[in-house]
Design a protein around this ligand. Structure first.
Ligand SMILES: [Zn+2]
Length: 188
């Protein structure tokens, strides 16, 4: 798809579908052919990693100003890291390459619509737009069960299946307060 120029304001975290609507204009103005090149690269590294190491074939590339600034593939099993999804790895790679956690102005190309963890990672990285190949329904069709994660993320704290309890709240707030008192304090 061809994107127009322009930057939309940050939206509140909602869901993958509403946070990154496919028709939303993206920064960079990548043309259709550029889009195909970037997605082809994401597919290539996903396929190569799968054939080379037996990893799950999910890959992502991050593009700023028409250039790839980060790449990542799923290494959950090979790296013993459950957070090693292609999108997260691409964000980490782009951050290292650009020397910043702020990926404003970047578009992420992923071989599969991201899970909630990766949507959150893109939110924190301030990724501006996303292009995807497969849908999550394609991943579900080959055996991934994503409903428990969706239910967990969308449930209130007290309603989650994951047991959680609060303790040392005052001490926790004291650490936060100490941070706000630092000369270079600033949230992100
Ligand atoms: Zn993910």
């Amino acid at each position: 798809m061809a994107f127009g120029a322009g930057t939309a304001p940050r939206r509140p975290f909602d869901s993958a579908h509403r946070l990154f609507p496919a028709c939303r204009p993206a920064v960079g103005g990548h043309g259709v052919e550029d889009d195909k090149t970037f997605m082809a690269r994401a597919l290539e590294i996903a396929r190569d990693e799968m054939l080379g190491s037996g990893a799950a074939p999910f890959g992502a590339v991050i593009v700023r100003d028409g250039k790839i600034v980060g790449e990542g593939v799923n290494r959950v099993v090979t790296a013993h890291d459950p957070t090693s999804h292609g999108e997260v790895e691409a964000i980490r790679d782009a951050g290292r390459n650009l020397g910043t956690w702020d990926l404003s102005g970047c578009t992420l190309y992923t071989t599969c619509e991201p899970c909630e963890m990766c949507v959150a990672a893109m939110y924190w990285a301030k990724i501006d737009a996303m292009v995807y190949a497969c849908r999550l329904s394609d991943a579900e069709a080959i055996g991934f069960d994503l409903q428990p994660l969706t239910k967990l993320v969308r449930s209130d704290l007290a309603d989650r299946d994951l047991p959680a309890r609060q303790m040392m709240a005052d001490e926790g707030r004291a650490v936060l307060k100490l941070w706000t008192e630092q000369p270079d304090f600033g949230t992100f």
